[in-house]
Design a protein. Structure first.
Lengths: 127, 198
């Protein structure tokens, strides 16, 4: 028996098996079908606007990617990006504040840092 | 992605859609049942597929309905397995699949029903043998790898050509042929092991 013949015979048996589905299950299938038919639409929903450009809002809002789960994930991503940026700025500003405090509380006058001779001396002494 | 092209005619009427769903609902239920092995899950999958077809794709030519419906149904079944995989990471396995299976204790006589169109002259032993054969075939189908079972059922039970089956499965025509061939050989071997000759 070749592949096609065997498949045909198996399918015949499967078709016979369809008649053995329980009555309760058949009733549920029928109910599901009727519920589905209630949602039947005779024509695609008309969309006012230009061919594509004016249709962008509709396309985006009806995209399968626009759903609560994806929106939540996007929101969390944005919040975490804002958090990281804020944290980096806070660290940077605290570093600057620390330098300012050191400069102001140091006994060395601020003008000394503008003196190129003093800077050269610092480099020499640190080597 | 499936897109609506309003220029295509003639569009499926409500009656055509109703007739189509009535014709495929039992096979669709069985397909889902082979995959999910749970009656409630199978019913939910068929209902979801019917809803989506009617709501989103009813304004398509009636000739496209079989392929669209199968595509939606297969995606719905796949989504079920994805959700189940995620759920199984969080819940104990005791609540997973298999609630409807009793293993070796299953008795075909318990599910054997008297058919309205059955021949009263037919011997009960013949009816029992038919039920047992059917049970073994269905069990063999359940044990097939998902893609092989899908290809076999689409090609031979839904009577789709190779191109349509490939479109539904999202693979090449060559893959469909390979899956079908392997499925048939595996089924033949499984049935031979059980001593079934069709």
């Amino acid at each position: 028996m070749n592949e096609q013949e065997l498949a045909k015979k198996i399918v015949q048996r499967l078709d016979q098996g369809l008649g053995r589905i329980r009555q309760g299950t058949l009733y549920k299938l029928q109910s599901a079908r009727l519920a589905a038919l209630d949602r039947y639409r005779t024509a695609p929903q008309p969309v006012l606007g230009l061919a594509w450009a004016g249709d962008v809002a509709f396309r985006i809002s009806h995209s399968r990617y626009v759903n609560a789960r994806n929106m939540l994930a996007l929101g969390l991503l944005l919040l975490s990006l804002i958090g990281v940026t804020y944290w980096q700025l806070a660290i940077q500003s605290s570093d600057i504040a620390e330098i300012d405090v050191n400069l102001l509380t140091s006994e060395l006058p601020i003008n000394a840092y503008l003196d190129s001779g003093f800077e050269a001396w610092l480099k020499r002494s640190s080597q | 992605m499936l897109r609506i092209n309003p220029k295509q005619t003639p569009l499926a009427t409500r009656k055509e859609l109703s007739d189509f769903l009535a014709a495929v609902e039992r096979r669709a239920y069985k397909q889902a049942l082979f995959a999910a092995r749970d009656e409630q899950v199978a019913l939910d999958a068929v209902q979801d597929a019917m809803m989506k077809l009617s709501e989103k794709y009813s304004a398509r030519p009636s000739t496209e309905l079989p392929m669209l419906f199968q595509r939606i149904l297969q995606n719905t079944i796949r989504d079920h397995f994805r959700r189940q995989k995620v759920r199984s990471l969080w819940t104990p396995q005791m609540s997973s699949l298999g609630s409807g299976e009793d293993g070796d204790d299953h008795d075909p006589l318990e599910t054997l029903q008297v058919q309205p169109d059955s021949n009263p002259q037919e011997a009960p032993s013949d009816r029992l043998q038919q039920a047992q054969t059917l049970e073994l075939i269905e069990e063999a189908l359940r044990t097939l790898p998902a893609r092989q079972r899908q290809a076999f059922l689409l090609r031979y039970w839904e009577d789709m050509d190779v191109a349509a089956a490939a479109a539904v499965m999202g693979c090449s025509e060559g893959s469909v042929k390979t899956h079908c061939s392997r499925a048939t050989h595996t089924l033949a071997a499984l049935l031979k092991d059980k001593g079934i000759s069709l």
